[in-house]
Design a protein around this ligand. Structure first.
Ligand code: Y39
Ligand code: FE
Ligand code: FE
Length: 230
């Protein structure tokens, strides 16, 4: 298996590994922080679910702390400045939707797309992670499914009213996600991960979420193809 081969070649203490880890770890820490902020914003947009959304936000804050510990364990300082730039377009998209009170768009961004992205990336990382980070990532990824579930259910219940809004938001967000992944391709590789496998799992999870919401197969293929404009 290529996986065990990759694991054998990885030296968690090498300069190349630690250099790439500083950026990916920074991205994950910043991503978890922004996920916290997004759930707090969603709690204000959806007051009837505010307790539940604040709970989800608190889980993201816990994830941030967990991944900070992974960096400390390898004696790596996360590159948080690079990470802020990395998320800038995505944050902008969320903030604009928040100001316009576009609840469906905010939920699509955080609770579907970002969660599917996180699940795909964390699953890909687990087999090649150091022992400390592997255990942490395994428990984090379980939480991410509950975040995905919240958005899936709400969007399904409001499908008829939000369908057009979702199609527009999808067209804006997918190219951003793919560009983000392309930007860190070499760092992803240095950690023993595989960009194409992440894209595949992202598409499978996201497509499944769109199906749950009520989209037809042909519509899902059209929506997915928007990623190709990245
Ligand atoms: O909901 C969440 O916890 C998501 C915010 C966290 C995003 C994690 C972003 C992972 C990106 C990994 C990039 C390298 C593959
Ligand atoms: Fe998280
Ligand atoms: Fe999450």
């Amino acid at each position: 298996m290529s996986q065990s081969l990759a694991t054998k070649k990885l030296d968690y203490n090498s300069d190349t590994y630690r250099d790439s880890f500083s950026r990916i770890n920074g991205i994950v820490i910043e991503g978890e922080q922004e996920a916290y902020d997004n759930f707090i914003s969603l709690a204000e947009l959806l007051p009837e679910f505010s307790q539940e959304l604040i709970q989800l936000g608190k889980m993201e804050r816990g994830h941030r702390k967990s991944f900070e510990a992974c960096g400390k364990n390898l004696d790596v300082i996360p590159d948080l400045e690079m990470a802020k730039d990395f998320f800038a377009d995505l944050r902008q998209l969320f903030k604009t939707a928040e100001i316009q009170q576009k609840i469906a768009t905010c939920l699509l961004i955080q609770s579907l797309v970002i969660e599917c992205f996180a699940i795909a990336a964390y699953h890909n990382y687990i087999p090649v992670a150091d022992n400390f980070a592997r255990k942490i990532t395994q428990s984090v990824v379980k939480d991410e499914y509950s975040h995905l579930n919240f958005g899936s259910i709400w969007l399904k219940q409001h499908f008829a009213e939000v369908k057009t809004e979702i199609e527009i938001a999808n067209r804006q967000i997918l190219p951003i996600i793919l560009r983000m992944l392309n930007q860190v391709e070499s760092d992803v590789k240095a950690l023993g991960m595989n960009k194409l496998e992440i894209v595949e799992e992202f598409m499978v999870n996201y497509g499944e979420a769109l199906h749950q919401m009520g989209f037809k197969t042909t519509e899902i293929l059209r929506l997915s193809s928007q990623a190709l404009t990245a």
